[in-house]
Design a binder for this molecule. Structure first.
Ligand SMILES: [Zn+2]
Length: 259
């Protein structure tokens, strides 16, 4: 991470010890985001190596820029070939992206009506290609949050969600379990994920019925493995696979609900 930041001209002070969080704006050029150029330099995806790359308003990024993410998402590196040399920039980052359900932002909202035409909606969602969506493991529809205004009598309102500290502790436990389970960390192959026979046949069935790609099957199995790690169980069960498939269905992106 220190070498990358140095190559990018960020001048890190000493060794970088904290994970990066990069959130480039959608007006960033393809080269600024992915890397490359006449004199190849690391882009945002490499500066996010070992950390998080957050893309807000995903469909606002030019399609060509987003397509440039496909190779790095799959291989964890960007390779740039020039006449005299080949450059390789590591880019193993966690992609997190956010988008509205439609251009006006209210599709599926419980209070305000959506005013988008089906054509405008299709155009908006069409900016995210199938192959890119295939590399996104979890798609989560987030409903309108209840707004609570603090008052003199309840200065902090009453929050119903879990505090981040609890979530953090659960994630740390799951990570420790995953590490104790397997010395092989990244890029686990299907056989080492320990799916039980019910889980394996459920995944095979879903692949057939939903037309999942080889990649989608592998990625779904890894999400199911993570679900099992969070529950601290050795074998991946059928229910973990079903839960992982729910995240993959991408229903909010592909099937507009009837108004
Ligand atoms: Zn709308």
């Amino acid at each position: 991470m220190t070498a990358i930041q140095s190559a990018a001209g960020l001048r890190p002070y000493g060794l970088v010890t904290s994970r990066p969080f990069r959130a480039p704006h959608h007006t960033a050029s393809a080269i600024a985001l992915v890397g490359g150029g006449a004199l190849p330099r690391p882009g945002e995806i490499s500066m996010a190596h070992g950390g998080v790359l957050f893309l807000d308003e995903l469909p606002e990024f030019p399609r060509i820029t987003l397509e440039g993410l496909r190779q790095p998402l799959e291989e964890g590196r960007l390779v740039v070939s020039r006449a005299r040399a080949t450059f390789e920039f590591p880019s193993r980052f966690q992609l997190v992206a956010a988008m509205n359900p439609c251009p006006c932002g209210y599709q599926g909202d419980s209070v305000l009506p959506c005013r988008c035409t089906p054509q405008a909606m299709a155009r908006y969602r069409g900016r995210i290609s199938g192959p890119l969506l295939d590399r996104i493991d979890m798609v989560v529809d987030v409903p309108r949050a209840e707004i609570r205004v603090p008052s003199a009598f309840s200065p902090r309102g009453s929050s119903e969600g879990e505090p981040s500290s609890l979530v953090r502790a659960r994630v740390a436990k799951g990570t420790a379990f995953a590490q104790s389970r397997s010395a092989k960390t990244l890029r686990e192959d299907l056989a080492s994920l320990d799916l039980d026979s019910d889980a394996a046949s459920t995944l095979e069935n879903a692949a057939r019925v939903q037309g999942l790609s080889q990649r989608a099957v592998r990625r779904t199995a890894r999400v199911a493995r993570t679900i099992a790690d969070l529950a601290q169980v050795g074998h991946v069960s059928r229910s973990a696979v079903l839960e992982a498939l729910l995240f993959r269905s991408a229903a909010p992106l592909t099937a507009p609900k009837a108004a």
